[in-house]
Design a protein around this ligand. Structure first.
Ligand SMILES: [Zn+2]
Length: 352
């Protein structure tokens, strides 16, 4: 057994080292750690070596959580994780290979084993060795929970890290990460703090690459610690449809009994349901538009609509200086529209 018996102050120091060491170059480290926290929270750490006080964390399950969280960041929110335009991020390549764009942004129920295997390989290659190096929090075990002594025949820690990075010959045999009881207990007692630290770290990293609104909220959704409040109130909706004389904002047809509220700038980008970005649309137009962005002529119509006196009276009547607020909203709308083109695809919804 190679794991030292740390006291809590030491563990805290190691965790802090983990978060602050090396540059902020990837989301892998925090997301992997998130996956471990999630795994422990789920109570799936039923495998426990009582004698040696070791919890066994399934590498496969961790890879699944890692995949899911990143799937949301990538497919739903289209977050960039690389500065380069020409290179692509390996993780996103793997996700695309198994779930091409047509398959939508819903987290898949079944993730193929081969896909998970690739994720595991990626984790071992890029981040698990770092976790080991910085935190000394685990050792490796095979499917039968036998200790895999990677250090055997190795001279020192440097060589150990090199072997881990090169995958060594063992990585595919490694099924469990063994974490000592005191670390697990530390995680349990410090959970809220650790979760907040991880999300903050991720946000700081992603903010350097993405100019998008409500990043923190998006991370919390991906993390399932935040329930979204997407819906516009029924009263606001009916006021909007009435204002539009029940005609579709896009095509002008009568919306009949099935008017729908559409987020002009896609909800998954703006992550907000303020009325200045909402229009009433017929089912047909809304279905075509989905989470896409559409032609600039419609942007101009929304901007004009927002400045219309009747619209202002209905929705901003109680504002002290509505025109001032509306002009701010319209500025934002224009900025978001342009920037959104970097994230969401543009489609044509005009009827043939
Ligand atoms: Zn329509």
């Amino acid at each position: 057994m190679q794991i030292n018996n740390y006291d809590y102050r030491q563990i805290a120091r190691e965790f802090s080292k983990f978060f602050h060491s090396s540059s902020l170059t990837s989301s892998y480290k925090p997301v992997l750690f998130k996956a471990i926290l999630y795994y422990l929270k789920k109570g799936k750490n039923d495998k426990l070596d009582k004698k040696n006080q070791i919890h066994f964390i399934s590498v496969k399950q961790i890879a699944r959580y890692f995949f899911r969280f990143n799937f949301v960041l990538y497919k739903k929110f289209k977050l960039k994780q690389l500065r380069s335009k020409t290179r692509s991020i390996k993780l996103y390549e793997i996700i695309d290979e198994y779930f091409p764009n047509e398959s939508g942004d819903k987290i898949p129920r079944n993730i193929p084993d081969e896909c998970i295997k690739q994720i595991i390989k990626l984790l071992f290659r890029n981040v698990i060795y770092l976790l080991r190096k910085n935190m000394h929090i685990y050792d490796f075990y095979d499917v039968e929970l036998n200790f895999i002594d990677i250090k055997q025949n190795l001279k020192d820690e440097t060589e150990f890290n090199r072997v881990l990075k090169d995958l060594g010959k063992h990585w595919s045999d490694i099924k469990y990460i063994g974490t000592p009881e005191n670390i697990v207990h530390f995680i349990e007692t410090q959970r809220p703090l650790l979760e907040a630290a991880i999300l903050a770290n991720l946000a700081i990293f992603l903010e350097t690459l993405n100019l998008i609104p409500n990043l923190q909220k998006k991370l919390m959704i991906a993390d399932r610690t935040y329930t979204k409040m997407r819906n516009i109130s029924a009263i606001e909706k009916s006021m909007l449809y009435f204002y539009q004389r029940n005609r579709c904002f896009y095509c002008g047809v009568d919306m009949g009994n099935t008017p729908e509220a559409d987020h002009f700038i896609p909800y998954n980008y703006l992550f907000d349901s303020k009325i200045w970005n909402i229009v009433g649309a017929c089912h047909e137009c809304n279905r075509k538009k989905k989470n896409y962005i559409i032609d600039e002529k419609y942007l101009n119509r929304v901007l004009e609509r927002n400045l219309d006196d009747e619209f202002i009276n209905r929705f901003f009547g109680d504002y002290e200086d509505p025109k001032f607020h509306i002009s701010n909203f319209n500025q934002l709308l224009k900025l978001h529209y342009q920037n959104c083109l970097n994230y969401f695809r543009k489609v044509n919804i005009a009827r043939k």
